[in-house]
Design a protein around this ligand. Structure first.
Ligand code: TXA
Ligand code: MG
Length: 319
């Protein structure tokens, strides 16, 4: 099993040797490798069971590094990076040849991100190369938000787990692409669209992503599957449909009392979307247990982070 620890030097040694290290970020834990070393990158795909057509995000410690890896950075991207980096946002930009094709799955663009976590920023500053890192979960499963989640599922294939505590945001980064100076959202995530729109002073477009959309290759509809069947709707109504089934419930604020509820997770009793986001993935994992046959969950208010939470719930329900 991989060692779990907080030693940046140990993490650095493994990464320099082309090995895999799980890294904490504010969104979810990443499964990181030397982004400019193809053998190291290949190990990521193998460890996750991830198809080679699904490109990886490249992590660096400062937006002034974008020019090293991106052939052109639109002014809009610079402006957004100034306001939101480090933070839960990824910029899709035309790639320079220094980024191996394996990282971008042959696409001529690269995803660049500066994660907002002190340990990982320290690690990235110490390394002479950027880190390619997808979320540190087996392909198709819920993203990990603690070191223990990583250890539970990938402990035997990762060489070291850098423990940075629980992820503060708990949802993956918002992914932005650029068409000239226009911004398009490829994945809803930890940075609210409203915050981006306020900064730009205009609305941003969204591309509906799916497995058949080559612009956002990894956004498979059923991407956040717990292994249990999950239904999304009004919980009270769903409970009446399944009075005898052993259910787990994920609700936003309310606690439900029914005899067939084996376990409940209330995301935020006080109705704070930020809190709900940070608890969502751990809740999905907790309910993925043998004595529960069905998970029932309800959408949260569809605003701010709520849009990204509902997006993940819909994908988890699409099995
Ligand atoms: O918050 C995050 O973004 C986390 C942490 C670890 O940084 N990473 C993450 O990576 O969520 P992953 O691999 O699980 O999801 C990355 C998504 C995939 O859907 C992938 O298809 C998309 O980003 N992506 C990466 N590079 C891309 C590119 N060049 N063009 C379009 N989509 C890209
Ligand atoms: Mg992922």
């Amino acid at each position: 099993m991989a060692r779990i620890g907080t030693d940046i030097q140990v993490a650095q040694n493994h990464l320099e040797a082309g090995e895999l290290v799980a890294i904490p970020t504010e969104t979810v834990y990443g499964l990181a490798a030397h982004a400019l070393n193809e053998d190291a990158v290949a190990r990521i795909f193998e460890a996750k069971g991830r198809p080679r057509f699904d490109p990886l995000i490249v992590h660096t410690h400062h937006p002034n590094q974008f020019d090293q890896f991106a052939a052109a950075v639109p002014d809009t991207a610079h402006r957004l990076a100034e306001v939101f980096c480090p933070g839960p946002v990824t910029f899709i930009l035309p790639k320079k040849s220094i980024i191996p094709d394996l990282v971008t799955s042959g696409h001529q663009t690269v995803g660049l991100r500066i994660p907002n976590h002190s340990l990982t920023l320290e690690l990235l500053s110490a390394l002479p190369f950027p880190l390619a890192a997808p979320s540190a979960n087996p392909f198709g499963y819920v993203s990990p938000t603690t070191a223990q989640h990583v250890s539970d599922q990938l402990g035997n294939v990762v060489d070291y787990i850098l423990d940075g505590g629980s992820c503060q945001v708990g949802l993956e980064s918002t992914i932005l692409a650029f068409q000239g100076e226009e911004v398009v959202v490829l994945r809803l995530g930890g940075l609210e669209l409203e915050a981006i729109e306020d900064t730009l002073g205009k609305k941003v477009g969204r591309i509906q992503t799916s497995s058949s959309n080559p612009e956002a290759p990894g956004m498979l509809n059923s991407h956040y599957n717990p292994r249990k069947k999950l239904l999304l709707g009004e919980v009270e109504h769903l409970l009446m449909l399944y009075p005898k089934t052993r259910v787990g419930v994920i609700s936003y604020q309310k606690t439900f009392h029914y005899p067939n509820i084996v376990h409940s997770e209330v995301l935020s009793p006080t109705g704070e979307l930020r809190e709900a986001a940070s608890r969502l993935f751990a809740a999905l994992r907790t309910l993925d247990r043998p004595d529960i046959d069905l998970v029932l969950c309800e959408p949260v208010p569809d605003e701010g982070l709520g849009k990204a939470i509902n997006d993940r719930l819909k994908r988890a329900a699409a099995q």
